[in-house]
Design a protein around this ligand. Sequence first.
Ligand code: PLP
Length: 466
Amino acid sequence: MAKNNRTNSDWSANTPLLPAQGPRRLALYRSLRGLIESGQMRPGDKLPTTRDVAKRFGVSRGAAVAAYEMLVADGFAEARVGAGTYVAEAVPLLQAPPAPRPVEIEEARAPLPGALGCSTADGTTLRIFRMLMNRHLTQPSARHFHYNDPAGSLALRVEVAAYLKAARGVTCEPDQIIMTAGTQQGLDLTVRALLKPGDPVWIEDPCYVAARDVFEAAGLNITAVPVDAEGIDVAAGMAARPDAKAVYVTPSHQYPLGVTLSMARRLALIDWAREAGAYIIEDDYDSEFRFAGPPLSALQGIDGEGRAIYLGTFSKTLLPGFRIGYLVVPRPLRERLLTIRRLTDRFPSTLAEDALTEFLRDGHFSAHIKRARKRVKAARDALVEALDCQRLNITIPEQGLHLVAELSADEDDVALAAEARAVGFGVKALSPLYAGPTDRRGLVVGFSGFEPKVLANAARRFVAGL
Ligand SMILES: Cc1ncc(COP(=O)(O)O)c(C=O)c1O
């Protein structure tokens, strides 16, 4: 038969090493199956004799026979009487899932000065955390040894509720708080609990890409609503999609433009949400860093209707690597969200929670924020000074951890951002953050996580080449 005469694929040079543990027949079965599924052994290839395979892989003959029998039983191989064993002509392969949109993994590389999302935690903060973690490992609570509340530790939620009431004007009790693995998990849980594929939602235009990705991945019908000097244009949203089921907003400091949602717009948004039965997903990611004037209250605090879902994070105030954030939810939604949380990762890390609880309770957090705010402000000032040049139009931000250096509409901000990165200045282009074509051009520059001098040097290198 022609198929028996063809040359076998040569995989012998890369005979896989079997894992050291577990039954040999299973390990061999998995290895051979891997060779078949990866195409290194092709349909119709003759498998070596069981004696040969046992020698090559260093297993007993019996294990090789058993592995071959499993391959045949599962349809990966065919035993032909008197002729040996062959890779099946029709190998049962899993249907390949649709290729996901590639995610930029720039976060995985060491960030350059100017990059967004860098931590402000200093040596003092880390020392306190080391002490707290040590204490919790030396005298571990019983909580660490079993399964816990999917909402997170009650002691931590008590601290977070007190902090949010005092610092952000959020109206909530601890039972409305769900601790999450950062804003990202909070968004994902919210979308899965409240929305279904095809549901219309508004997002800000331009928008935080990681949030837009969640809405896209959930198959929602997205309307990008323009942002102007007063924040999201509620009237434009109502004209485009009055029946939207939810809106994602960054009211206290729009990402990336940095504007604040005006009171008139806040009230209009709440009115619309009440009428439409829609939810307001409020991402309050960096409001702790306010450099002038009183802090702006959260929109959640003026929503008396239970339409707002508030998201906060310790990624900006402490460390993104902590992966701790929180949702504040209207009570009727709590159970639905907790059910999904239980299915996702059961509950948060109790060790990190306990350390953070003490950090908040003993006043370390507010002291840390004061220090961090000062450092970040110095970095902002150094950056603004270093970026002083004709081509960049900068409004000095009074809040947050980034600024936008605007360019004229005929500039190519994507090319300029690449040039900046080539000289070690890790900025992001503004225009790709819009949902469609725009004449807004600019560079989004972070000023947290680097010494003012380091940041200013990187900025100067870039400006010198302009
Ligand atoms: C708009 C916005 N929201 C939230 C976050 C924080 O995300 P997470 O809490 O998932 O780390 C960021 C971080 O860059 C952000 O820019």
